[in-house]
Design a binder for this molecule. Structure first.
Ligand code: ADP
Ligand code: MG
Length: 685
């Protein structure tokens, strides 16, 4: 058996210099080389006489060298032409600045040539992009479907192609399959030696496609194995706290001014059965902005209180914590539940609050990260609800779990992750989705205005304010620096105040004292403020149903997920609402983003769009999501393969939960080779 862990330098034609160049492309071993897949292919398999091609076509042709000529029309340009004979006629093959061609191919040589056809000068010319000497029937760089590789400097297509060809010829057939028996058969996919051959030098497009599918499935399968291994290592511990049959949740439901939507009911049932179950809940609650997640969270908090247990709700910002505290208190206080807001800037009565939490008199605590800092002690924390999870790191989650004994964790997010992707991403979480809006929601009219048309937005704000409605104007995070952003917000605020004289305009930004922020927010909530100019501090969670206009300044600077979040601030009441994006998008991506916003309001559709535009790494931030870089798989496109991979990984891990059996040794090696971080991570945890 060939040892594929050997460095590439062992190969003929690869000296120390070449090895260094290959290393810069991430190719160290023979495995790395064989798994350096083409980024695309060119079909050069059809060889036709040159006269059958039109001007401008990319052609693959063959011919015998008759003569050659060289011209130097100006400094630094050498044109070499070979006269080639083909059947009865002749044509020119043309190279620029490659004078050695003449020596290399004297008359009589048979060549296979690929290039662009120029028929402008009588005798056809081919501007050569690839060529080779034809000895047998089969060409490598022409006359077949030719692989085009990702390259870095100093490495040419020809070199890499030749290297892969000779390597495959030498050891390709000895490469050992490592996927479990039967897996490939189930999906009618080629085994490793065949797949490697076909991915590099395909016989035809369908064999190439099958090879590609195999490597996609292989990659996803290894990834799912990683998730599964991790799950198996964190063996479930039963929780110590117990929920009771209580009457408070029933009362809360009765007190609500509305009925839960069927989606909310279903999700609440899923959560409730987790709570009463023996193991700690670890659930992701997804729901588009405005889908009504807060009520569901309140039910869970209520159930804990009704069972004599403490719970905590954490929000990413103080403003949101305050917002949550207001709505949760509104729901729970009438039931006699003691709810407290505890953030970093809570000063008044802080000591008593802390004592109340430690003593257990305070049943529900709402706050920010401050909640997980050492100072706060709980008596019997049983449930933790985390809002807008993507802003919380894994470590913060872990720190929180350390506070209680083994708390139930409910993570809420409005980031509408496509379901299959959520399963892949959060393999260790159960997922609930509120996929239905409360009744009576109106669609939000969404428009894009250029900066020059911004006056129209002001007109709309006035018109709506005259009818008693309110508006948000959001300015973006321009720079990394909050200071500069704040200045930008203040400047816009001053300008709008002039343009909107006669109306009350408020300003909100991250550098204000939190009491000042609260005053402004209260003013807006009460309707004393008509127009609220703000940095993105209002991005998530704010609920003012009377607001009907959302103006987003420099909208091209926002990501799609953020734009969608912002739009979700309006359209919460019974009035027609508007989202006006002001900006001049330049890049294609920005244009498509804003167009998608105008086209649809479906958060899931927008998420798919965003994934297509930016890829999952960007979308979630690779670091935060813990997603590896996939070489072959595309998490949006390959949803079917994700399911297959998940099924297969489950099947295998059922037989061999830690991949310790000898028949899975090669598989484990491959897993470790492909996802080294995974191994590191799961060993530590
Ligand atoms: P989000 O999922 O964005 O957190 P919220 O929980 O803030 O959404 O709910 C948005 C608004 O919809 C709130 O004003 C809430 O009172 C209202 N709401 C929630 N559920 C329903 C329902 N089933 N019927 C009518 N209105 C509802
Ligand atoms: Mg919310």
């Amino acid at each position: 058996m060939a040892d594929l862990n050997k460095p590439v330098q062992f190969l003929k034609g690869v000296g120390p210099r070449r090895a260094k160049q290959l290393e810069r492309m991430g190719i160290f071993t023979l495995w790395d080389l064989l798994y350096h897949f083409p980024r695309e292919y060119q079909d050069r398999s059809i060889i036709r006489p040159v006269h059958t091609f039109a001007h401008g076509d990319i052609a693959t042709v063959k011919g015998t060298v008759l003569a050659s000529q060289e011209t130097k029309p100006r400094r630094g340009l050498i044109i070499t032409k070979l006269v080639l004979q083909e059947g009865g006629g002749t044509f020119y093959a043309v190279w620029f600045n490659q004078p050695y061609i003449r020596k290399q191919y004297p008359p009589g040589k048979k060549l296979l040539i690929t290039g662009k056809v120029d028929r402008g000068f009588g005798v056809p010319q081919v501007h050569v992009t690839d060529h080779e000497v034809l000895e047998g029937d089969e060409g490598l760089h022409s006359g077949r479907i030719v692989p085009i590789y990702p390259l870095s400097e100093n490495i040419s297509q020809r070199f890499l192609r030749t290297l892969l060809k000779t390597t495959l010829d030498q050891i390709g057939s000895q490469v050992q399959e490592f996927l479990p028996d039967g897996l490939l058969d189930r999906y009618n996919l080629p085994c490793l030696p065949e797949a490697l051959q076909e991915i590099h030098f395909p016989h035809n497009t369908s064999s190439c496609e099958r090879a590609r599918k195999r490597f996609i499935l292989e990659e996803l399968f290894l990834f799912q194995l990683g998730l599964g291994l991790q799950r198996n290592r964190n063996i479930k511990k039963a929780k110590k706290h117990k929920y009771m049959k209580e009457s408070l949740t029933g009362m809360l439901l009765k007190n609500l001014p509305f009925r839960l939507t069927p989606a909310q009911q279903r999700v609440w049932q899923e959560i409730e059965s987790d709570l009463v179950g023996p193991y700690p809940m670890n659930r992701l609650l997804q729901g588009d902005v405005g889908a009504g997640k807060t009520v569901v969270a309140a039910l869970a908090l209520c159930k804990a209180a009704g069972s004599g247990l403490q719970s905590a709700l954490m929000a990413p910002t103080e403003l949101l914590a305050e917002q949550h505290a207001k709505s949760i208190m509104g729901l729970l206080t009438p039931l006699g539940i003691r709810v407290a807001l505890l953030t970093g800037s809570t000063r008044r009565g802080r000591k008593q609050l802390l004592e109340g939490v430690a003593g257990g008199e305070i049943q529900v605590v709402i706050g920010t990260h401050a909640l997980i800092q050492g100072e706060v002690e709980f008596k019997n924390l049983a449930l933790v609800v985390v809002d807008e999870q993507h802003r919380f790191g894994v470590r913060q989650r872990a720190a929180l779990q350390d506070k209680g004994i083994t708390p139930d964790v409910l993570v809420m997010t409005a980031t509408p992750i496509p379901r299959t992707l959520a399963l892949t991403l959060y393999g260790d979480l159960d997922v609930s989705v509120i996929d239905q809006m409360p009744p009576g929601r109106q669609s939000i009219k969404t428009h894009l205005l250029s900066l020059a048309q911004a006056g129209k937005a002001v007109g709309l704000i006035k018109q709506q304010a005259d009818q008693g409605r309110q508006a948000y104007v959001v300015c973006p995070l321009v720079e990394e620096s909050e200071k500069i952003d704040t200045q930008a917000a203040i400047e816009l605020y001053e300008r709008l105040k002039k343009a909107l004289s006669g109306y009350t305009v408020g300003l909100l930004h991250g550098r204000m004292k939190s009491t000042d922020k609260e005053t402004v927010m209260d003013g807006f909530r009460r309707g004393d403020i008509d127009v609220l100019v703000s940095t993105t501090v209002i991005e998530v969670g704010v609920d003012v149903p009377n607001a009907t206009v959302m103006v987003i300044w420099d909208a091209q600077r926002f990501g799609l997920a953020q734009l969608h979040q912002l739009r979700g601030r309006v359209g919460r009441g019974s009035h027609q609402s508007y989202c006006i994006m002001v900006g001049d998008p330049v890049t294609r991506e920005a244009k498509e983003r804003l167009a998608a916003m105008c086209r649809t309001q479906d958060g899931f559709a927008l998420a798919e769009e965003d994934l297509k535009l930016r890829g999952p790494g960007e979308f979630f931030g690779t670091r935060q999501s813990g997603l590896p870089d996939f070489k072959m798989a595309n998490l949006v496109r390959d949803s079917r393969e994700i399911e297959q991979a998940k099924r297969e990984a489950e099947r295998l891990l059922k037989e061999d939960p830690y991949l310790l059996q000898p028949q899975n040794k090669l598989l484990f090696e491959q897993f470790a080779r492909r996802f080294p971080d995974f191994i590191k991570y799961s060993d530590v945890s």
